[in-house]
Design a protein around this ligand. Structure first.
Ligand code: ZN
Length: 411
């Protein structure tokens, strides 16, 4: 395959690193810790204060590395970079609007690609097989050449001829589809409406944005293929990948991921070209331990915030309403009863809303739930169940958002 030949030409030994990824994940967890310690002792990346980190204990007591600090450090390092050594770079403007330049040696890039290959192999695909990508299109010759070498075609499903272009892409018979969740959803919607037939890909991979269970089910139905969620970033490439049983496992054995309600910190024990120790990704995620050993770590991403493409409240599998309706209703309530409070709304089941309130007196809790229920029915024509949990400590779960979608029922 031309893509594999390209990797070999660039000096990337992906097969070797792929075996290494599988070997590390086959080890008992205490053994993996020792392997990480050994790599760390050799690499000794610098933490945010500029101290070398050679043990996991030193790593966990290091201060947090912000994106701003990483950019600042890169600019300084760039001025004194030794010539002659071969580096690869990735550039992104990211979702935060701050540009980041990521520098990788051959071994570092090989490891990242090997993790990708490892995830794809779990789903019966190998790196270099044809990819249909739903992404923004770049028309230049450079990206045309890159797409050819990487065996992929790129389509952005917008504009008047979007359906035709998406159908052309599918009829090229890509092994898998890859793209932003929102663009895959849009492509699925267009294809579904067209009623046209097309060959199914083996897998659809959603990346960059989190996606709701109902949206995933729809994409899977339309493309007639399983859908796997990928969680990653420019700095680390893939961090989490969904197994065939639906868990988002941590998949890179060289990454130490610390979860938390406020932020997610990631360290790469193997990275030398650029030190990434307790790097603040700008998302917040919650990890839990699963019994599934089919892919990567048994640690899986249970809850992910900060990148949700849309925030819908699901009345039923087919009826959804944007969650901003609740901020409007509560705003009205506050005005009418002169009660000011912050709130966090969560949904765990269809048609049910839980409101966590930090201030309302308990005698008012019933009035509030009744008010939300009646106003919702008036606007949307459907009855929902509303429960109010009032009192201190209700707000800690998600300060960034006022609505958290926790719907887990399958459709
Ligand atoms: Zn699993």
């Amino acid at each position: 395959m031309i893509t594999k030949a390209l990797y070999r030409f660039l000096g990337l030994n992906i097969d070797y690193w792929c075996r290494e990824v599988a070997r590390l994940w086959s080890l008992p967890s205490e053994q993996l810790v020792l392997e990480r310690e050994a790599v760390l002792a050799e690499t000794g990346p610098l933490n945010a204060s500029g101290q070398p980190v050679r043990t996991l204990a030193q790593l966990s007591s290091s201060s947090v590395l912000s994106k701003a600090r990483l950019i600042d450090r890169f600019q300084k390092a760039n001025a004194q970079k030794s010539p002659g050594k071969r580096y690869f770079s990735r550039h992104t403007s990211g979702t935060t609007g701050q540009p980041t330049e990521i520098i990788l040696s051959r071994a570092e890039l090989s490891r990242l690609l090997a993790v990708r290959d490892y995830c794809f192999r779990h789903h019966g695909i190998s790196l270099g097989e044809s990819e249909g990508r739903l992404w923004s299109e770049h028309k230049g010759i450079k990206s045309r050449v890159m797409n050819f070498l990487l065996n992929r075609r790129v389509v952005c499903p917008t504009g008047a001829d979007a359906v035709t272009r998406v159908l052309e892409l599918l009829r090229w018979k890509p092994t898998y589809l890859y793209g932003y969740s929102s663009l895959l959803l849009e492509a699925a919607r267009l294809i579904n409406e067209s009623g046209e037939s097309f060959p199914s890909p083996k897998l659809v991979v959603c990346t960059a944005e989190t996606i709701l269970p109902a949206q995933k089910a729809f994409i899977s139905k339309v493309f007639n293929a399983p859908v796997a969620e990928e969680y990653g970033s420019t700095e680390f490439d893939i961090i989490g990948f969904e197994c065939s049983k639906g868990h988002r496992h941590l998949v890179n054995p060289w990454l130490v991921v610390e979860d938390g309600p406020e932020r997610c910190l990631v360290s790469d024990v193997s990275r030398k070209s650029q030190s990434l120790v307790r790097y603040d990704l700008g998302d917040s995620l919650e990890l839990s331990t699963s019994q599934c050993g089919s892919l990567g770590s048994k640690q899986v991403i249970k809850n992910l915030q900060g990148r949700t493409i849309n925030r819908f409240f699901y009345v039923s599998p087919d009826k959804k309403v944007h969650s901003s309706i609740f901020s409007r209703i509560i705003d009205e309530y506050s005005h009418q009863y002169n009660e000011m409070f912050s709130f966090l709304a969560t949904q765990e089941h269809y048609g049910e809303l839980a409101l966590n309130i930090d201030a309302v007196r308990l005698t008012n809790a019933d009035d509030l739930s009744e008010f939300v229920r009646i106003r919702f029915e008036k606007e949307c024509g459907t009855t929902i169940r509303v429960t109010v949990n009032a009192g201190a400590g209700q707000m800690q779960a998600g300060k960034r958002n006022y609505f958290i979608q926790k719907l887990t029922e399958s459709i």
